[in-house]
Design a binder for this molecule. Structure first.
Ligand code: TUI
Length: 313
């Protein structure tokens, strides 16, 4: 059950930084990998050549293990898969899809393949295909999410597969990591906490909005299109909600959503942009370096785990 993910991936801490399109760039990813975690490069906003350039920059910045994520809904997924093989990426995570193009090619090239799954059925399918581990992501997470909470999803996925399961969604401190361990997690993936890393180059407005966020500040848009996306509630989500209520077509909704993440991340327009965030943003209070975040998370985690037996008698 608790496979050793640090040994499998040759990392110091069992902590992944979630791939966030436009956000998880070589600067952030290298800071996490150099700090002892697993930095995960996002490619959801890139084409094949953009992806190659980002991987090469990342290789310049770190000699430690890193991962690259393929967003399987991306129109460029196929050419990105090809680039990952050519660039001999050591760890590949996937999101937003249940079929991986080039799975065999990835494994023959020597990569470990770790898909994100929102349900037991999809976890089982990938396990049967021979992936190395899965990331079970609860609906608390930011961005494109499934419907089940981390609390309910984790133990069910752990029981359904015999490969390591990484927990994602709703984790931002050592307590969350300890709780996930009790549910059977072999590692943890955090996105929201790394939004406020010093090396995270998102617009300052985005960072401050995360730091200010409260527990009830996120909503999911896109419930009617079958692709719910968790974001901070703002003017854009209110317009989106209105449009969904009057049964706007998926095309109309897409038009509103298109470019919205870039608007928030790059332009700092947190009113009209898509400020993707997990529900745990209310727990994220301060900017720190990626290394400080990793060290603090792990120290909190170890202290809680060591003390856990004292809670019973
Ligand atoms: O992929 C994510 N999170 C993301 S991707 C993204 S970019 C985007 N922007 C706008 C609309 C849609 C995407 C922002 N956030 N997380 C991993 C994840 N994967 N969450 C859920 C899933 C998932 C969903 C369905 C995995 C497999 C799956 O299979 C269903 C099928 O039938 O393919």
């Amino acid at each position: 059950m608790y496979g050793n993910i640090c040994e499998l991936l040759n990392i110091q801490y069992p902590i992944f930084q979630g791939a966030m399109a436009w956000i998880s760039n070589p600067e952030l990813v290298s800071a996490v990998s150099n700090g002892g975690g697993l930095g995960v490069l996002a490619t959801g906003h890139l084409d094949g050549e953009g992806c190659r350039k980002a991987i090469r920059e990342l290789k310049e910045r770190t000699n430690r293990p890193y991962a690259v994520n393929i967003m399987l809904l991306s129109p460029f997924a196929k050419e990105i898969a090809q680039v990952l093989c050519e660039e001999k990426v050591p760890v590949i995570t996937t999101g937003a899809g249940s079929t991986i193009t080039h799975l065999r090619a990835f494994q023959e090239m020597g990569a470990k393949v770790i898909p994100v799954v929102p349900s037991v059925a999809i976890a089982k399918r990938f396990a049967k295909d021979g992936v190395d581990a899965v990331i079970a992501e609860g609906t608390e997470a930011g961005g494109h999410v499934g419907k089940t909470t981390t609390m309910a999803l984790m133990p069910q996925v752990v029981d359904a597969v015999s490969i390591p399961v990484i927990a994602a969604g709703g984790i931002a401190d050592g307590r969350g990591m300890a709780a996930a361990t009790m549910l059977g997690a072999s590692g943890f993936q955090l996105g929201t906490r790394f939004l406020v890393a010093k090396e995270c180059t998102i617009h300052e407005n985005y960072k401050q909005r995360i730091i200010k966020a409260k527990d009830i500040d996120t909503v999911t848009t896109g419930n009617s299109t079958g692709h719910p996306v968790r974001v901070i509630r703002n003017k854009m989500t209110r317009i989106y909600e209105e449009m969904e209520k009057r049964n706007a077509t998926p095309e109309e909704l897409d038009t509103l959503g298109r470019g919205a993440l870039r608007k928030a991340v790059i332009d700092g327009d947190i009113d009209n942009g898509s400020v993707m965030s997990g529900q745990i943003a209310g727990l994220v209070h301060k900017e720190q370096t990626a290394k400080e975040i990793l060290e603090e998370l792990y120290q909190e985690y170890v202290a809680i785990m060591k003390d856990a037996a004292n809670l019973i008698r």
